[in-house]
Ligand binder design. Structure first.
Ligand code: ADP
Ligand code: MG
Length: 880
C-alpha cells in the first residue's frame, strides 16, 4: 500500500480499496461482454434494493477495468479515494495533473446506475467537450450513454443530452437552462430533468469566484434614456479629480463632493440631480465609474462595436453578461459605440442557491482547503485533501519585488530570455489582456517567439492547441488566468490534443475534397506504418460505403447521438485514435525526458492575484505528477495589490531596502504582508458573497414556490377552465373580506367591474343597499357565485363560438403571460427593495430583517395581483 494515509481521515478507505483491488483480479479474466453483463447485474440489483453503497466496490472495480480497456488508464489507489470522497458529498482536493477527470468517472458510473442522471460540470466548453470525448469511452463501454451540452446546442439536443446517463455541461449553460426551463410554456421546451447528482470540476472557481455575481436572464427593455447616458458622459468632463470628486479604489467607488454636484447641475441645466421625476444622479455616477474604475482590455474588450466584459478570475469573455444598473450603457457612451437599451430581468438565481438544489452535490479542485470555511458554511461541504500519486517536486521561489513597473517588466523579459536559451518551456501568467499583449511586444523586441492566450477571439479559437504545445521545448506561452483551470500542460507536448487535431484536419480535408486522395495520408507513412495502414483501411471503407465522413467528424469533435450505422465507424475511429495516440505519446516521451532533465516547465507570475487560490492555480501548472518545475513571481511596489493593501509601513520598508533600481528584493516579511493583503481581499469578497447569498435565500424560497406553481401549469394538459377557477378565487377573497373593510370592498368592486363589466356591479350595489337584517351572508354569497357563474358562462359562450381549443389556448397563453409579467415585476420590486434596505439606514433595525419583512409582503400580494391581472386580460380578450 502507498503512503496514502498520512491523513488519518483517509484510513477508513483502506478496507474498501483492498476489496476493489481484489475484485479487479476477477474482472481481468472476463471478456468485454461479460463486463457489460456485470454492469447490467449491478443495475438490476439496484432496482431491487435501492442501495448504492452496497454496490460501490463492484461498480468502482468495473469502471477501473473499463478504463483500462478503453483508455489504457488504470485508476491509482489515490484516485479511488478521490472517487469515494466524491461519493460522500465532500470536496476532493487533488493537485493539478492528478487526474481528476478520471476520478470523476468512478462516482459518475455508480450514480448513473439509478438512471436519474449525473451532471459533470466544468468551467468551459472546451473542457466539457474534452472530458466527454475521452471519458465517454468508459461509459459507452459499459453501455451508459453520455451527453454534452455546448453553447450551440438546440433545445431538442439539450433535452436529449440531459436525458443521457451522464452529461457534461458548463455551469453557465446549466444554470441558464434552468432559468429558461422556468419561463417555458410548453412541456416540450423543458430540457432538464429533476436534479440528482452533480460533480463540479474546479469547484472553487464556480462556487466561490463565479458566485460573486448571480446568473441573470434578461430581455430587452424599451429604454428611453439613451440620450441621458451621452449627456452624462459629456457632463463629467467638467469635473476635476480631487477638486470635485475622489476615487476610492479599494471599495470601487467614487465620491462626488458638493462643488462637484453644482458643476454637474450647471452643465446639464438642472437644479437637482435627485429629482424623482427626472433623476440624473445614477447616470452621472455611472459615467464617472465607467471612466475611472473600468478599463478597456482589463475589465472589458470591444468586439463588433459591443462592450464585452472579461471575467476577472477566468479571463474569459462573458458574452451574455451585461453590467447592471446602467453601467454597461455608461461604458458604451464612454467608448462612443451604440448604446443598447437596458434590459429587464426575467429570471435570476445565484450559483449558491442553484447548486444547492442538487440532492447530492460534490466537486473537486486543486485549491479547496483555503476556502473550506465558506464551503462548509454555505454549501455544507467538507474538503478532504487527497495525497498526490507522486510527490510534488515543484520549487516555488520567493517573490521578487521591484521598484516600479518599468524595472519589473524589463526584468521579466530578460528572465524569459535567459530561460529560453536553456530550451526550458516557460508559461507566463498575466492578470489582464492588456498586460499579456504588452509583454508580447516586449518579447518581440528581444526577438523571442511566443504564443499568446487571452480572451481575444482570435486567440481563444486556438486555445487547445496553444495549451497542448505549452510544454514543448523552447516555447514561451503568455496567458491570462484562462489557462489556469483544467488544462493539462504535458512536458514534451500533449499527444491526445495533437491526435485530436490531426484526425480532425484529416477528416475535414477528406470531406471537402470529396474524392479522397491517398496523397493526403502518405505523410503519415513516415510517422508510422501501422497508422498509415489504418488510415488506408478507413479511406477504402469510406469510399466503398459512401459514408459521409461528417459522421466521423462528429465522433472526433463531440459525441452526439448517433445512428447504428455509424457505430461501427465510431469504434474504428476510437481504435485508430488510440493507436495514433500511442505513437505520439512515445514520440513526445523522448522530448519529455529531455525537458525533465533541464528542469521542467518554468511558471512566471507577473503580479499576485487578489486570491491566493488563483496564484496557486498558476503555480500548479507545473510540477504535475511528480515532474520537476519552478515557479517565480515578479512584483512591483506599484502593483495594485501592494499599493492598496500593503500599508505605508510596508512601502517605506521596501523603499529603504531597494538600493538600486534593477536589483530586486526578496524577503519573508514581504511574503507575509502579501499573504495578509490577499486574505483581506478574500474576506471582503466572502462578505459580499455571503450577503448575496443571504438576500438571495429569501428570493429563493419565493422562486421555489413560484416555479413550482408555474411548473404545475406547464404540466397540466387539460384542465377546468382557468378563467373560471381564477374568477372563483377572486370572488371568494372578496366575499371573505366583505364585512371587514369598506375600503377594500370599494376597491374590489372597482376591479370586479373592470373585469366583469357593469352588470355585476349593479347587482352588487343593489345588494349593498339592502340592510344586513334583510338577508344572511350565506345567501349573499350564493347569490354572488351564481351571478358570477352566469357572467362567466356568457363570456365563455362568446369566445367558444371560435372553438373550444382556441379558447383553451388563449387562456393558457394569457395565464402564462400573467404569471411571467407578475414575476418580472416582483423581481424588479425585489431588486429595488434590496438596494433600498442596503442604502437606507433603519436605525437599529437589521437591514436583512427589514428586507425579509417587505419581501414577504410583496410576495403575498403577488398572487392577488396575478389573479386580477389575468382575469382582466382574459375577459377583455377580443378575438377579432
Ligand atoms: P487534473 O484535472 O487533476 O489537473 P487531468 O484530469 O487533466 O488532471 O489529468 C492529467 C493527466 O493525467 C492526463 O493526461 C491524464 O491522461 C493523466 N492520468 C490521469 N489518471 C491517470 C492514471 N491513472 N494513469 C496514467 N495517467 C493518468
Ligand atoms: Mg482538471
Amino acid at each position: 500500500m502507498l503512503k496514502l494515509f498520512s491523513n488519518p481521515n483517509l484510513k477508513k478507505y483502506q478496507e474498501i480499496i483492498s476489496e476493489i483491488n481484489t475484485l479487479e483480479e476477477n474482472l481481468k479474466t472476463l471478456n468485454d461482454n461479460e463486463l457489460r453483463r456485470e454492469n447490467e447485474m449491478i443495475k438490476h440489483e439496484f432496482k431491487k434494493e435501492q442501495n448504492l453503497s452496497n454496490l460501490l466496490p463492484r461498480s468502482f472495480a468495473l469502471t477501473r477495468e473499463a478504463s483500462k480497456r478503453t483508455l489504457g488508464l488504470r485508476h491509482f489507489d489515490v484516485q479511488i479515494i478521490g472517487g469515494l470522497v466524491l461519493n460522500e458529498k465532500k470536496i476532493a482536493e487533488m493537485k493539478t495533473g492528478e487526474g481528476k477527470t478520471l476520478v470523476a468517472t468512478l462516482p459518475a458510473v455508480l450514480n448513473a446506475i439509478s438512471g436519474k442522471g449525473v451532471h459533470i460540470v466544468t468551467v468551459n466548453d472546451y473542457l466539457a467537450k474534452r472530458d466527454q470525448l475521452s471519458m465517454g469511452q468508459i461509459y459507452r463501454f459499459l453501455s451508459f450513454n453520455t451527453g454534452l451540452i455546448n453553447e450551440n446546442s438546440t433545445t431538442l439536443e439539450r433535452k436529449k443530452n440531459y436525458n443521457a446517463d451522464i452529461t457534461y455541461v458548463t455551469n453557465h449553460e446549466l444554470s441558464f437552462d434552468f432559468l429558461r426551463d422556468n419561463i417555458a410554456t410548453e412541456i416540450e421546451q423543458i430540457v432538464l430533468r429533476p436534479f440528482n447528482y452533480c460533480i463540479i470540476d474546479e469547484i472553487d472557481s464556480i462556487l466561490i469566484d463565479e458566485a460573486q455575481t448571480p446568473v441573470i436572464l434578461t430581455e430587452n427593455n424599451q429604454d428611453l434614456s439613451i440620450q441621458k447616458y451621452i449627456i452624462a458622459e459629456e457632463a463629467i468632463k467638467y469635473l476635476t479629480l480631487n477638486k470635485h470628486y475622489e476615487i476610492d479604489e479599494k471599495n470601487q467607488n467614487i465620491i462626488l463632493n458638493e462643488t462637484g454636484y453644482k458643476v454637474v447641475e450647471q452643465a446639464i441645466k438642472r437644479d437637482n440631480l435627485y429629482d424623482v421625476r427626472d433623476p440624473w444622479i445614477a447616470y452621472i455616477m455611472n459615467a464617472l465609474k465607467a471612466n475611472h474604475l473600468y478599463y478597456k482590455d482589463i475589465h472589458y474588450i470591444i468586439q463588433n462595436n459591443r462592450i464585452i466584459s472579461v471575467d476577472e478570475f477566468t479571463g474569459r469573455l462573458m458574452i451574455d453578461r451585461r453590467w447592471g444598473d446602467g453601467l454597461h450603457q455608461a461604458l458604451e457612451a464612454k467608448e462612443n459605440i451604440p448604446i443598447r437599451p437596458s434590459s429587464q430581468t426575467v429570471a435570476s438565481i445565484s450559483y449558491q442557491n442553484f447548486f444547492l438544489m442538487y440532492p447530492k452535490l460534490t466537486g473537486m479542485t486543486g485549491t479547496g482547503k483555503t476556502a473550506e470555511v465558506e464551503f462548509e458554511k454555505i454549501y455544507d461541504l467538507k474538503v478532504e485533501i487527497i495525497p498526490p500519486y507522486r510527490t510534488n517536486k515543484r520549487i516555488d521561489l520567493p517573490d521578487l519585488i521591484y521598484k516600479n513597473q518599468f524595472t519589473k517588466w524589463t526584468a521579466i523579459t530578460q528572465f524569459c530570455r535567459k530561460i529560453f536559451l536553456t530550451n526550458q518551456p516557460i508559461l507566463v501568467g498575466t492578470k489582464t489582456v492588456e498586460k499579456s499583449e504588452m509583454l508580447g511586444q516586449l518579447l518581440k523586441e528581444f526577438k523571442l517567439p511566443y504564443q499568446l492566450l487571452n480572451a481575444k477571439p482570435e486567440n481563444v479559437r486556438r486555445e487547445a492547441e496553444i495549451i497542448a504545445q505549452a510544454g514543448k521545448l523552447k516555447t514561451i506561452t503568455i496567458s491570462t488566468n484562462m489557462a489556469g483551470r483544467g488544462t493539462d500542460i504535458i512536458l514534451g507536448g500533449n499527444s491526445f490534443s495533437k491526435v485530436q487535431k490531426e484526425l480532425y484536419n484529416f477528416l475535414t480535408i477528406s470531406r471537402k475534397s470529396k474524392k479522397i486522395s491517398k496523397n493526403l495520408i502518405i505523410q503519415y507513412k513516415d510517422i508510422s506504418q501501422q497508422l498509415y495502414n489504418c488510415l488506408i483501411i478507413l479511406l477504402t471503407d469510406l469510399e466503398f460505403l459512401k459514408l459521409p465522413s461528417i459522421y466521423l467528424l462528429q465522433t472526433v469533435q463531440q459525441n452526439s447521438q448517433r445512428s447504428i450505422s455509424s457505430l461501427y465507424y465510431e469504434r474504428y475511429i476510437q481504435l485508430m485514435f488510440n493507436k495514433w495516440n500511442k505513437y505520439y505519446y512515445k514520440h513526445y516521451k523522448q522530448e519529455n525526458s529531455i525537458i525533465k532533465n533541464i528542469g521542467g516547465l518554468y511558471v512566471i507570475g507577473t503580479e499576485r492575484n487578489d486570491s491566493l487560490r488563483v496564484d496557486n492555480q498558476l503555480r500548479g501548472r507545473c510540477g504535475r505528477q511528480g515532474d520537476p518545475g519552478k515557479s517565480l513571481f515578479f512584483l512591483s511596489l506599484d502593483d495594485t495589490l501592494l499599493r492598496l493593501f500593503g500599508g505605508t509601513k510596508f512601502q517605506t520598508f521596501v523603499k529603504t531596502q531597494l538600493e538600486e533600481d534593477e536589483i530586486p528584493l526578496q524577503s519573508t516579511f514581504l511574503a507575509k504582508t502579501l499573504n495578509k493583503a490577499q486574505k483581506q481581499i478574500e474576506e471582503r469578497a466572502y462578505t459580499t458573497r455571503k450577503t448575496l447569498f443571504d438576500y438571495d435565500q429569501i428570493l429563493n424560497q419565493q422562486r421555489t414556490i413560484a416555479y413550482f406553481e408555474r411548473n404545475e401549469m406547464v404540466n397540466q394538459s387539460s384542465h377546468k377552465s382557468l378563467a373560471f377557477t381564477y374568477g372563483e378565487q377572486v370572488l371568494k377573497t372578496y366575499l371573505n373580506k366583505m364585512q371587514e373593510n369598506s375600503y377594500f370592498i370599494e376597491y374590489t368592486i372597482n376591479i370586479l367591474e373592470e373585469i366583469f363589466g357593469k352588470e355585476l356591479e349593479l347587482k352588487i350595489f343593489h345588494l349593498m343597499s339592502l340592510t344586513t337584517e334583510e338577508f344572511d351572508l350565506t345567501e349573499i354569497k350564493c347569490y354572488f357565485v351564481h351571478e358570477f357563474w352566469l357572467i362567466c358562462q356568457k363570456k365563455f359562450n362568446e369566445i367558444l363560438l371560435y372553438g373550444n381549443d382556441i379558447f383553451k389556448n388563449i387562456e393558457r397563453e394569457q395565464t402564462f403571460r400573467g404569471i411571467d409579467q407578475i414575476w418580472k415585476e416582483h423581481l424588479d420590486k425585489i431588486i429595488l427593495l434590496r438596494n433600498a434596505v442596503i442604502w437606507q439606514s433603519y436605525g437599529q433595525k437589521n437591514p436583512l430583517t427589514e428586507y425579509k419583512r417587505q419581501a414577504y409582503e410583496t410576495f403575498s400580494n403577488r398572487k392577488e395581483i396575478f389573479l386580477y391581472y389575468t382575469l382582466y386580460i382574459l375577459f377583455k380578450t377580443n378575438l377579432e
